[in-house]
Design a protein around this ligand. Structure first.
Ligand SMILES: Cc1ncc(COP(=O)(O)O)c(C=O)c1O
Length: 325
């Protein structure tokens, strides 16, 4: 078994959203991965527990990673690195001078050293830039561990393989069976772990990943690659294939981290009915997608649906002025 650190509050609770279930005609449950912690909250910490174990075991003193200016992953990495007594160096994508707010504010509070890149540099050469940052720092005596965007590699995806085992155990305890699992997809590692466990453990669940950027072809290829690499490091029996992956790209909207008024209205409606706070970049789009797919009959009435709340709360505050009440 591959070892990990214990940084997250696990297992996370599963709660029924009773009022939305009644209105939408399904049994809607929420897995509260937004409550894996406060500073480290969200889905990323499950992946980081594996990657940072490798970093700690091998005496790395610095973690380098990358994401958008409001990256939840970068914030969780910065917090976890500080908890472990390591330095963090963040390569953040910006198109204009950033405001010190939300996740970016927390990055600074946790003492991260910030580096910037343009959207083009991010798209074409973020891994090369991180490599060159590491080379420069290593030459000055540091020992740098590079974590890819979203911690979405084979090792990181094991965090959501384990989460699927956790869900299976909770189904038994609760006496429920989730036929459908729903999650937001930003870099693919979360979906990959869930889908690999689903196949290997023969759970037979439908797992719908709602893309928040790019399209289903892009994510299917990316997730398939992570699935195959994860199968290799863990020696899985089952052969993974693109047909194991269901990505819905109909709700990306006007683009990554950009919100349409109807998405923000939906977030406000869910919060006012269930006191469940979704974020505008990931979980808000994914649940808006789920709601519409139920309306269109693509998720059948009466289905038992588990929505994984992957966090992102700090990304809501920089958007608060866009909400109309
Ligand atoms: C709050 C939140 N939800 C979902 C995701 C998507 O997870 P993944 O990057 O593993 O696809 C991310 C990160 O990208 C996130 O920050």
């Amino acid at each position: 078994m591959i070892q990990k650190l214990n940084l997250a509050n696990l297992p996370t609770k599963i709660v029924k959203a009773g009022r939305l279930s009644k209105e939408w005609g399904v049994n809607l449950y929420i897995k509260r991965d937004d409550q894996t912690g406060s500073e480290i909250s969200g889905n990323k910490i499950r992946k980081l527990e594996y990657l940072l174990k490798e970093a700690v075991e091998n005496n790395y003193d610095t973690v380098i990673t990358t994401g958008g200016i409001q990256s939840n992953h970068c914030r969780a990495t910065a917090a976890a690195a500080t908890m472990l007594g390591m330095k963090s160096e963040l390569l953040l994508r910006i198109s204009e001078p950033p405001k010190t707010e939300g996740n970016f504010f927390l990055d600074k509070l946790f003492g991260s050293n910030i580096h910037y890149c343009t959207p083009e540099e991010y798209r074409n050469s973020r891994d090369e830039i991180m490599k060159s940052m590491a080379e420069k720092m290593n030459a000055r005596g540091r020992k740098c561990y590079i974590i890819p965007e979203g911690a979405s590699n084979a090792l990181g995806s094991l965090g959501y393989y384990a989460a699927m085992e956790e869900i299976s155990a909770q189904e038994k305890e609760m006496g429920v069976h989730f036929d459908t699992i729903v999650v937001a997809v930003g870099s693919g590692g979360t979906y990959s772990g869930l889908c690999t466990a689903n196949k290997e453990l023969a759970l037979g669940k439908r797992i719908i990943g709602f893309a928040v950027c790019d399209d289903s072809e892009y994510f299917t290829a990316r997730i398939d690659k992570i699935n195959r690499e994860a199968a290799e490091i863990t020696g899985l029996k089952s052969e993974m294939s693109p047909s194991d992956i269901e990505i819905n790209d109909k709700y990306v909207g006007i683009g990554y981290a950009l919100s349409r008024p109807e998405e923000l209205e939906f977030i406000a409606e869910v919060a006012s009915k269930e006191a469940l706070v979704l974020d505008p970049v990931y979980t808000g789009k994914a649940m808006y997608g789920l709601y519409n797919e139920i309306k269109e009959g693509n998720v059948p009435q009466g289905a038992s649906v588990l929505f994984i709340h992957t966090g992102g709360l700090f990304g809501l505050f920089p958007k608060q002025e866009q909400f109309v009440f």
